[in-house]
Design a protein around this ligand. Sequence first.
Ligand SMILES: C[S@@+](CC[C@H](N)C(=O)[O-])C[C@H]1O[C@@H](n2cnc3c(N)ncnc32)[C@H](O)[C@@H]1O
Length: 263
Amino acid sequence: MTATRATALFDQLAPVYDEVLPFFAGFARQHMAWLAPAPGTRVLDLGAGRGALTAAALARGCRVTAVDCAPGMVERLAAQYPQVHEARVMDVHQLDFPDGSFDLVCAGFVVHLLDDPAAAAREIRRVLAPGGVFSFSVPGDVEDAPEWEFYGALFREFQPLIPEGQGRLSRPLDAERLLTAAGFVGVSGTAMEQRLPVPDADTFWDWGLSHGSRAYFDALPADARTEFEARVRAELSTVTPPPPEGGGFSLCLVGVATDQPGP
Ligand SMILES: C[S@@+](CC[C@H](N)C(=O)[O-])C[C@H]1O[C@@H](n2cnc3c(N)ncnc32)[C@H](O)[C@@H]1O
């Protein structure tokens, strides 16, 4: 398995993942509404986490298989969604399914975390039936939310303190190129956005510790982490009361690709 860091991180996060603010669930509902799969569609949810996309696909009557490298995620997903066809621990880079098993492969906020996205995209194409669709989401830029710009600036400021090879798992990704290089056609995309109410600084800080950015905070030296947290709280205290109106988060959904029948 290549996903050693991801497995350790997300196994640790599984009990709290998407529990503080329903960030991933909200995007998954939008993502699935955009795809609008028909009932009975054979869906593979890759890096399914706690099941944000799985839940949205089940709600549309799809037959959903969910995989994730973190056993703690898979265990919780299977318990929460017993109607799922199959939930398995699996690395996206090596999918243990026969060729052409699925009509739709989806991945919410996963592809930018992978060690080898190109290899994963080839695997995904293999398990898709001819004409099947691969759709994935990645984080996008936050727009029109000046009140939250300080947060990104803090990440940039403290980044030099993170030891090489630690910190956030995300990597830059040319999503369209990834799809075309793997042989997908008909690539298209859309941008999605949601604004979540953030009731107070405690909730915001706990949210930051409940998803992938936890790896960044855990990699900071202790005094720097304390300072980072203090500065987040100081910034938020300037807007409370009243409480922050809401976090502005946008998502660039980059690609639905249609696979053509092989030669
Ligand atoms: C940011 S979370 C997204 C979870 C879910 N898709 C959602 O939208 O809430 C990324 C998930 O991808 C999983 N993951 C990361 N690398 C993986 C890999 N190589 N194989 C399988 N799962 C992986 C992690 O364990 C984690 O659950």
